[in-house]
Design a protein around this ligand. Structure first.
Ligand SMILES: Nc1ncnc2c1ncn2[C@@H]1O[C@H](COP(=O)(O)OP(=O)(O)OP(=O)(O)O)[C@@H](O)[C@H]1O
Ligand SMILES: [Mg+2]
Length: 269
């Protein structure tokens, strides 16, 4: 009897853990953005698990950035809803969403070019209201384990004392991602993180995103289909503002509608 109780308890615990993993972190339903009569996004739904990478692909003008803007509060949807971690956040402003764990990466302009790599991380850690406060106290403040780990994983520790402005474009992208990851997001939204990168910088940025996806959910817009294939467990294809196809990369890549609208055409694969 007591053995039975133990096993009952175990099975309840396992079920709870499984349910937590399965419940979506982000749930988007019927999202629509209209500019006058023009639908930039029409009735798009998707659901993201708490970990892993979901990629959104499609031709130029498909509505990918509009979807990002509508999820992250930069554009007010005309219809539909966004549920983040069980809460309806549809009317929330971007700063409130960011504080609740939805991080959107905003390209290299987010880093401070005249600060060193490690001072950029200190700023990201939010212990300083401004650069003057950072300068006056930085000797006393360590970076912490997480920042040190990310620096070492990206190879940026070798350049930690250098000005961010002196980094290569690819290293700036890595630094920007590292500062975003230091915010410990639950959802990381990346709109074309490989854009403008030299071919040799792509594997390192890809690998940092893969690591991030082990710790949070990543929503990725990317035209480089090798990167999408490597990173994404699920792919949503948009065209003309509408959902065209969804599945694994292999499934959508062999979908004739996708081949006609995108992969056979303008995609950089
Ligand atoms: N503020 C706006 N006013 C009017 N039309 C807009 C506005 N923002 C975007 N659009 C239009 O909505 C459509 C979708 O744009 P969006 O930027 O979402 O495309 P995308 O899929 O991100 O394309 P790309 O791959 O080129 O980045 C485009 O036709 C675009 O011109
Ligand atoms: Mg775009």
């Amino acid at each position: 009897m007591s053995a039975m109780n133990t096993s009952d308890k175990t099975s309840v615990a396992v079920n709870t853990a499984t349910d937590d993993r399965l419940s979506p972190l982000l749930f988007v339903e019927g999202l629509t953005v209209r500019y006058g009569d023009f639908h930039a996004l029409k009735d798009v739904s998707l659901s993201l698990a708490p970990y892993g990478t979901h990629a959104v692909i499609g031709p130029n003008g498909a509505g990918k950035s509009t979807l990002f803007n509508a999820i992250s509060g930069f554009v007010k949807p005309t219809a539909g809803r966004v549920v983040f971690s069980g809460t309806d956040v549809t009317a929330w402003r971007p700063d409130r969403l960011a504080r609740s764990g939805l991080a959107r990466s905003f390209q290299i302009s987010a880093i401070f070019p005249d600060l060193s790599v490690e001072d950029n991380l200190r700023m990201a850690l939010g212990r300083h209201a401004d650069k003057a406060s950072l300068m006056s106290s930085r000797r006393a403040i360590g970076l912490g384990e997480e920042a040190a780990r990310l620096l070492s994983e990206t190879g940026l520790d070798l350049r930690r004392k250098e000005r961010a402005a002196d980094l290569s474009y690819g290293q700036k992208r890595l630094l920007e991602l590292v500062t975003t990851l230091l915010l410990d997001p639950r959802l990381l939204m990346l709109d074309e993180p490989m854009a403008g990168l030299a071919r040799e910088d792509i594997p390192e940025v890809t690998s940092l995103i893969a690591k991030a996806a082990g710790r949070c959910s990543v929503l990725l817009v990317e035209h480089n289909l090798h990167v999408v294939e490597r990173l994404a467990q699920e792919v949503t294809v948009l065209a003309g503002g509408c959902l065209l196809s969804r599945g694994t990369y292999g499934e959508v890549a062999s979908d004739p509608r996708v081949r006609e609208a995108y992969i056979g055409g303008s995609a950089s694969d």
